[in-house]
Design a protein. Structure first.
Lengths: 306, 306
């Protein structure tokens, strides 16, 4: 059995590619760690055209249902992938859950979290340190928490957390709030629960069995301060899930796949990519979904031309 | 009053751009002929991720509601547009409904129909000849109709019409059905109501007050045949709505705006474009929506850099 296309990843880009590829009657198979990608971790999404204010989990459920209704097969739990050009016209895809052969590949593996790399951080992962606000915010009802990182994701996390926590420190390395969403910045400034700490970085995480305090250091005077907190939500950026592609397709200095944005083609014929794993400047659900469709249609044209 | 951005067009690309631009708190204004663009004419849409099987009119209503909830102002009824670079950092937009000044422009004017250019066709426009199947199909219940053009749009039209008409001729200039959607092609082949006429072109449209027959000519032997029909649905392609941009931004040989597909930038700084009016290879709703978001985010970066 040789597939027409194997789609790696089941976030918005991979699922949109699956919708298009399946309707084109390609023999496809979706391999993914989980379904939804980072979209599931967004709390409320207000910029997916046609679905104002949808919750991240709801949106992913709708995406997933759409794809399943079309009869697309998704294999979850994939953690290790390697791609081997097996012949002139096909690729081998080797995973922790079997090996597959395919004529084309659509990569939509998205991006993952950058981990907090300070004294004590590793010890408290899952013991007060969380990388998923949407998953864990309700566990911190009535507690004091800190959000590390005040970019778009950190701002979103702080707003989610103020609905549960008694107080939210937002630790920002810059001297003011940055980012594209002015509304959420106003919401942060107007909240009595959120305390913005500018020009600061985390120096240490302390605790016994669980996190109990955080030490931060000012960029202005290098002074350190310790604050009592029971939870830390880390939002310091992300890294593209592209390690398995080194030496196979061209990546940029951030590790993102360099694509032709008109078609999703990578530097390797037969391999296409879409979504947050690519060098698309803006990582947005609607953009990933659109580019997933482009990649599937381009893969279809590629297969027809063989 | 100088706008940050004027969005021309209110189809999926323009409305998605409006969602992003408004959430970025840009001073925007949407100018359009109507709301929805060609999406409103699609019957059932099954490839907009998260909304399987939505009707075109429903989808446009959801899009429109989303944008209106955010407080975006849309001016409809715009038919004539000219753009005049009025100063180094702004543009004048002159329309049949007023003149406006703006720092940037997002063009999402989509595409329009190519008209049938044969003997008798002009006389019967609106008198049996239709360019909008979704609008007019129910008017032809129990009647015999022809669809001219058997590309994706013609195939979709034939499938819609078989739900109403007693018989549907599908006139195809090729020797078999082409296009990207295998499912719809199977539906056509399996329908007892649809008769596919391959290798043929329309030669003449006849009638009295209304259309009563159509003459087609075979590409194989040049023979002409006349068939009795009461309606003709024309699906022979489209032309980008870009005439007003000649001499302002670079267009390709089809008249489509040449864009940088990473950002939606055109050849003119400050003017961005997205959707079916651009040289994006695939004209799809989800792709237009994704690229509309890209264009708004790129316009925002452009405005910040001024």
């Amino acid at each position: 059995m040789i597939y027409d296309s194997i789609i790696l990843g089941a976030g918005p880009a991979g699922l949109s590619a699956a919708v298009y590829a399946k309707r084109l009657k390609l023999k496809i198979f979706v391999l993914s760690r989980d379904v939804g990608g980072q979209a599931i971790e967004a709390y409320k999404i207000d910029n997916y055209l046609g679905m104002p204010g949808v919750l991240g989990v709801e949106l992913v459920e709708k995406f997933s249902q759409h794809v399943k209704n079309l009869g697309v097969e998704i294999k979850e739990g994939i953690k290790e992938i390697s791609i081997l050009p097996s012949s002139q016209n096909s690729f081998g895809v080797k995973t922790n859950s079997g090996e597959f052969e395919t004529k084309s590949i659509i990569i939509a593996t998205g991006k993952g979290y950058r981990h907090l790399d300070v004294l004590g951080a590793e010890k408290f992962e899952g013991k007060g340190i969380s990388y998923c606000t949407t998953c864990d915010a309700p566990l911190f009802s009535g507690k004091i928490v800190a959000v590390v990182g005040a970019g778009d994701a950190g701002q979103d996390a702080a707003c989610q957390l103020k609905e549960y926590a008694s107080k939210v420190y937002l630790i920002n390395k810059y001297d003011n709030l940055r980012g594209d969403d002015q509304r959420i910045q106003d919401e942060i400034r107007n909240s009595e629960k959120i305390e913005l700490i500018n020009n600061a970085k985390v120096a240490e995480v302390k605790g016994d069995k669980f996190v109990s305090s955080l030490v931060y250091q000012s960029f202005k005077n290098n002074e350190q301060k310790e604050i009592a907190i029971q939870g830390i939500f880390v939002e310091i950026g992300s890294v593209p899930n592209s390690d398995f592609l080194r030496n196979l397709v061209d990546l940029n200095e951030k590790g993102e796949i360099i694509i032709d944005h008109k078609t999703g083609a990578t530097s390797k014929p037969g391999i296409f990519a879409a979504g947050d794993v690519t060098d698309v400047p803006e990582k947005q659900i609607i953009i990933a979904a659109g580019d997933g469709a482009k990649a599937a249609l381009a893969a279809y044209q590629y297969l027809k031309s063989k």
